[in-house]
Design a protein around this ligand. Structure first.
Ligand code: BYC
Ligand code: FE
Ligand code: FE
Length: 474
């Protein structure tokens, strides 16, 4: 179905023919806008930003680009086209028709997944709300806002499902999505990572590289759902997600590039000297990787999870690219995963495949994370330096699952709690690291100009030059 842009809420779900639903969403809309004004990007709300807006769900040409003031962004409800005769792709009901409505027995588990997904979207906007004040360039400022408006749209995507399929409970959950706040003492966001402050651009690039990639993997799982409207919503969200990860990957690449230029020029890898010339030394970058990667490891849940087993058995949540697996039912199958032994190390243990769903998704994600590191390490090697960036082991600094509160080095050597605390600043950003990064955060807004700690991008957005006026400030 084509997108109807004439309506107050652009959509391709024929909202105009469901007056009750339309009214409910139109009631939620001003609350969303109030939230956006209060907790969305600080400043720039009256400025023209060169943004893409979804105008079709066709993979070939789904977006249009143009100057938009953020509060006027057309947040809408867009589902990927319905696949004819789609059947359930995993679990006990494999091969049966997918559901167009929520079966009563799966109502609470679906609601929980949709609420958890929905909660992350506004959380990220809240986390990033002050970054505009210290943007390293207009190009980056525009990318930040692009990510922000699209996370706002992802919230709409989940709120639509709650309103359309979960009645009164759903409407209450939709209200709560605007009431919880990132980092709040008494009403925080649901998942840990989404309560972490993102107060500098290095953290922003790490977040868009690592955390938006968790989004990619979770959305891939939900895109397999036997609840068809959820699957279709997530399929379209994935199209938008690619840009968010591009922002992260190229952001970190550009930081590495700039640092290497300085390292070559000054013929040194000494962090103290490099910090004097205002770039991000590579060991500091490594500690930020350790922090954000380990935080994201928790987002996949516990290694052994009955929640995850139930979701898979019902087809409510599949594995990423479920079609690539041989067995979609996994009734009595098992696999080996690493579990803690008594000596603070790891031993392999055989567990039911269904119970280990979270671990399988986590492992697929880790593989995908490696791609950027390979690329960054190639740059470092080419510049003639020995340093290699590495992902910590997945059990490092965990709060969820069997490795929670087990102390170890990023490469997995067991430590006592005291030893971990003593060595903390070798593994994770120290106060001094954070203060240094903060000191680099000076706003640059002249078109084409970059802050000193980051190289310019190879290309601009949508074939525009790098020095295009992506945000018009006067
Ligand atoms: N922090 O049985 P378990 C994105 C809880 S990112 C705090 O293993 P399950 C985005 C868990 O809720 C993608 N708590 O849970 C990115 C459970 O609590 P209860 C977001 C956590 O269900 C960037 C308990 O621990 N989407 O889109 O198997 C910008 C036991 O865990 C955490 C989704 O997550 C944590 N990290 O797995 C913008 C998809 N992890 O029920 C957006 C929907 C776990 O015992 N969510 N817990 O009180 C899910 O699929 C699942 O809820 C999870 C957890 C994979 C998150
Ligand atoms: Fe999102
Ligand atoms: Fe995203």
């Amino acid at each position: 179905m084509a997108i109807n842009y004439q309506e107050r809420i652009p959509n391709n779900v024929d909202l105009g023919n469901d007056r009750r639903l339309q009214r409910a969403l139109e009631h939620w809309q001003p609350r969303f806008l109030d939230w956006w004004r209060e907790l969305g990007p600080e400043g720039f709300q009256t400025k023209d930003v060169y943004l893409r807006t979804a105008t079709s769900v066709d993979a070939k040409g789904w977006a249009s680009f143009g100057a938009v003031k953020m509060p006027d962004y057309r947040w809408g409800i867009f589902l990927a086209d319905q696949e004819k005769d789609r059947t359930i792709g995993c679990g006990d009901d494999y091969g049966k028709p997918v559901w167009q409505q929520v079966p009563g027995e799966y109502r609470s588990i679906l609601r929980r997944l949709i609420v958890t997904q929905g909660d992350t979207e506004p959380a990220s906007v809240e986390q990033q709300r002050l970054l505009g004040l210290t943007c390293p360039s207009l190009f980056d400022l525009r990318n930040l806002f692009q990510v922000n408006v699209e996370e706002g749209r992802h919230l709409w995507a989940m709120v639509y499902l709650l309103h359309a399929y979960f009645g009164r409970d759903g409407r209450e959950e939709a209200e709560d999505l605007l009431m919880r706040h990132s980092g709040s003492e008494d009403n925080p966001r649901i998942l840990g990572t989404f309560n972490e402050p993102i107060s500098d651009w290095l953290s922003f690039f790490m977040f868009t590289y690592f955390t938006d990639r968790d989004g990619k993997y979770q959305l891939k799982c939900l895109a397999e759902s036997s609840f068809d409207p959820l699957a279709r919503t997530c399929r379209f969200m994935l199209t938008e997600e690619a840009h968010h990860m591009y922002v992260g990957e190229t952001g970190i690449s550009r930081i590495v590039k700039r640092t290497l230029e300085k390292m070559v020029e000054l013929k040194t890898d000494d962090p103290a000297i490099l910090r004097k010339s205002g770039v991000v030394d590579l060991p500091l970058l490594q500690r930020y990787v350790n922090f954000w990667f380990s935080s994201c490891m928790d987002l996949f849940g516990a290694e052994i999870s009955s929640n995850a087993a139930i979701s898979f058995a019902n087809g409510v949540k599949g594995r990423p690219d479920e079609k690539r697996f041989e067995d979609h039912i996994e009734r009595d199958t098992s696999l080996e995963i690493g579990m803690p032994d008594e000596a603070g190390g790891m031993r392999m243990e055989e567990v039911a495949v269904r119970s280990a769903m979270n671990e399988q998704v986590r492992n697929a994600y880790i593989k995908d994370c490696q791609i950027g590191l390979i690329r960054w390490n190639r740059l470092i090697k080419k510049a003639g330096f020995e340093f290699e960036l590495e992902l910590p082991v997945s059990r490092f600094r965990r709060n969820i699952g069997v490795w929670a509160a087990q102390y170890m080095t990023p490469d997995g050597k067991s430590l006592t709690a005291e030893e971990f605390t003593r060595q903390h600043d070798r593994f994770l950003p120290s106060d001094e690291d954070r203060l240094y990064v903060q000191s680099l955060m000076q706003q640059v807004t002249e078109p084409g100009k970059m802050a000193g700690w980051i190289a310019p991008p190879d290309r601009g957005i949508n074939s525009k030059p790098v020095d295009y006026e992506y945000v018009v400030l006067q």
